[in-house]
Design a protein around this ligand. Structure first.
Ligand code: ADP
Ligand code: TPW
Ligand code: MG
Length: 591
């Protein structure tokens, strides 16, 4: 520990007396205060990439017992931090250098905010005086101003004695209310500042109750329950807010005791097993337009739910309301009425709201009419049978269905494994074919449908849960973060990546009409992604049949070694834009 000798105090007039031999005062610097503030708050993992001015922060954090995962690109570190936040309810920490490193991390910060994941992006920054006068410092940028529009809150700390407050504010902002991304700007000069150690440590804050419960009002619960009781065709929609809330037992009890069919959004799959008799996933296009009262729990009526209106919901045209009444459980008081009228908003944290609703579902509760649950059941059984037929086929070359039939079996046999998923067809088919059995096991492209979350999510999923990770990746999607295979191999993480290689974006068949270049949607034919893993000491397998894919996945899970399987998929198998063709302007025009 560094020491300083305090300056001698001399009186105004007396002849200078020899200074008394002062005991050296122990000091603490900015680096150490940041590390101790994180540790004090249980934030023990950093996803980042070193460089000026934070290199020593990464080294000293590691020396002090924090887990520091160093990435090859900040965007992937940021995505890792964002999903760590989703999985743990603690803000995921991403650490970057100034301007370019900060900007590389910014995409993930925006993603965290959009998806309501708690995350703190901590970036080093250049000298304030020079930045503010725009005198051209090394990596000069007004990062605080740039971050503000895409995050929930942004703070800068200029003095070492304020580090405790800065980190406390960042933590509270990230996890309280609707969770989101927070930016924390730490200028280079801050790290080198020293303060007296006892006072410095005393300035750190251990945040008490960072995400206080928000209990719903009794009249809001009553209104919701009355509406639900009057329903003839009720439906529950579970979103990723419900998965985040970790109120798994109460959510399951609410669904089962009410007897209402439920639809899980993508990342809410597994809150109850997808094989649950009340799960209506396989009858989605039947239940949405038919339901009369819909209880939304942690799911927004955004594009993923067709804004709660239009033909999906039984409306006459694309903008028409389908006539349903909505109950919306959400922590954000301004979410209700964002797209259609919400008849019974229930504002509060999901754990408190579901527990309050559950109290009303007592012995006197009438389950939904058998006519409704029977119709949902019949529709679902027919669709499941149709899908089983498709899955049983063994076409040459392998297609999405025959490959995913293998993944479906592997996930069923390993229900604790984390499933990471991105792509277009590779995403949509996996979501509908691969059943999930436990909460928070499926993590994917989220609200924006982002390509590039893949390898960052794999690292965080392995680090935070210690479970086997299986990533089902479109070949295009994989490319956005592929270099992190080195990171996965370096930390020897139990990650099995399956690249669904159909030679391109959606398909591999497009041609440049002029004959000059490859079409914008296609890649090198017959690319061997498996060799990327081999380059870093991992296992690479080229799989051209379901049997080869099965063997390779089973071996990956048995060995827990980093594995990349190049699954060769029929390049004609995909459809343009996967399931969201209607949002593609040119494709929509052709209709
Ligand atoms: P999905 O994409 O699965 O439909 P969304 O991301 O659209 O889910 O919606 C998640 C919703 O959950 C957000 O509106 C957010 O405010 C809400 N939410 C997140 N965490 C909680 C919580 N702990 N309690 C209540 N609501 C929450
Ligand atoms: C950050 C646009 C949506 S899906 C996709 C792109 C480029 C790739 C689809 O090809 P892939 O899947 O992964 O091979 P498959 O199975 O259909 O062949 N940039 C970002 N995000 C998005 N969503 C895009 C571009 C896009
Ligand atoms: Mg592809």
């Amino acid at each position: 520990m560094a020491t300083v000798t305090p300056p001698a105090v001399s009186g105004p007039s007396a002849a200078p007396a020899p200074a008394p031999a002062a005991a050296p005062v122990e000091t603490i610097d900015g680096f150490q205060l940041v590390i101790e503030a994180l540790k004090l708050n249980g934030l023990d993992t950093i996803y980042g990439l070193p460089g000026i001015p934070i290199t020593d922060l990464t080294r000293r954090a590691q020396a002090d017992g924090l887990r520091v995962l160093a990435f090859r690109h900040e965007q992937n570190a940021g995505y890792a931090a964002s999903i760590a936040g989703f999985l743990t309810q603690k803000p995921g920490i991403c650490l970057t250098v100034s301007a370019p490193g900060f900007l590389n991390g910014l995409n993930a910060l925006a993603h965290a905010t959009t998806n309501c994941f708690p995350m703190i992006l901590i970036s080093g920054s250049s000298e304030r005086e020079i930045v503010d006068l725009q005198q051209g410092d090394y990596e000069e940028m007004d990062q605080l101003a740039v971050a503000k529009p895409v995050c929930k809150a942004a703070f800068r700390v200029l003095h070492a004695e304020d580090i405790g407050v800065g980190i406390a504010r960042a933590i509270r902002s990230a996890v309280s209310g609707r969770p989101g991304g927070v930016y924390l700007d730490l200028p280079a000069k801050l790290f080198a500042q020293s303060v007296e150690a006892v006072a410095g440590r005393a300035s750190l804050i251990k945040v008490v109750d960072p995400a206080p419960r928000q209990v719903p009002a009794a009249d809001a619960i009553r209104r919701a329950v009355d509406l639900l009781k009057g329903a003839k065709k009720p439906l529950i929609v579970l979103g990723k807010g419900a998965a985040y809330a970790q109120a798994d037992a109460d959510i399951k009890a609410l669904v089962e005791r009410t007897g209402i069919p439920y639809l899980p959004m993508s990342m809410a799959k597994g809150l109850l097993p997808d094989t649950h008799e009340q799960c209506a996933s396989a009858a989605r296009s039947f239940v949405l337009p038919a339901a009369d009262v819909v209880l939304l729990i942690g799911a927004r009526l955004n594009w993923l739910l067709s804004h709660g209106k239009g033909k999906t919901w039984g409306g006459k045209s694309s903008k028409d309301w389908g006539g349903q009444k909505f109950i919306q459980v959400d922590i954000s008081p301004i979410e209700a009425d964002s797209n259609v009228k919400i008849d019974a908003p229930v504002v509060g944290d999901i754990a408190s709201c579901v527990s309050a609703l559950l109290k009303e579902v007592n012995a006197g509760w009438t389950r939904p009419p058998a006519e409704w649950t029977g119709a949902v059941h019949d529709k679902k059984t027919a669709n499941v049978a149709k899908m089983a037929e498709t899955l049983a086929k063994d076409p040459q070359p392998m297609n999405f269905h025959s490959a995913l039939n293998v993944v479906r079996d592997i996930v069923k046999a390993n229900p604790d494994a984390m499933l990471v998923n991105e792509g277009a067809n590779a995403l949509d088919f996996t979501r509908s074919i691969v059943d999930m059995y436990k909460p928070r096991k499926r993590i994917d492209v989220g609200t924006w449908g982002i390509m590039g979350i893949g390898m960052g999510y794999c690292v965080a999923a392995a680090v935070e849960t210690k479970q086997q990770v299986i990533a089902i990746e479109g070949d295009s999607a994989f490319g956005f973060s592929g270099m992190e295979v080195e990171t996965i191999c370096r930390y020897e993480l139990p990650v099995c990546i399956v690249v669904m290689n159909n030679n391109g974006v959606y398909k591999g068949t497009d041609k440049d009409p002029t004959g000059r270049d490859p079409a914008p949607t296609v890649f090198v034919k017959g690319a061997r992604y498996d060799r990327i893993a081999e380059a870093f000491g991992g296992v690479g397998v080229n799989a051209t049949t379901p049997a080869e894919l099965r063997r390779a996945m089973e071996e990956a899970i048995r060995s827990r070694r980093p594995t990349l399987i190049n699954a060769v998929i029929d390049e004609t198998a995909g459809t343009e834009s996967g399931r969201i063709t209607s949002l593609n302007p040119s494709a929509a025009k052709k209709k």
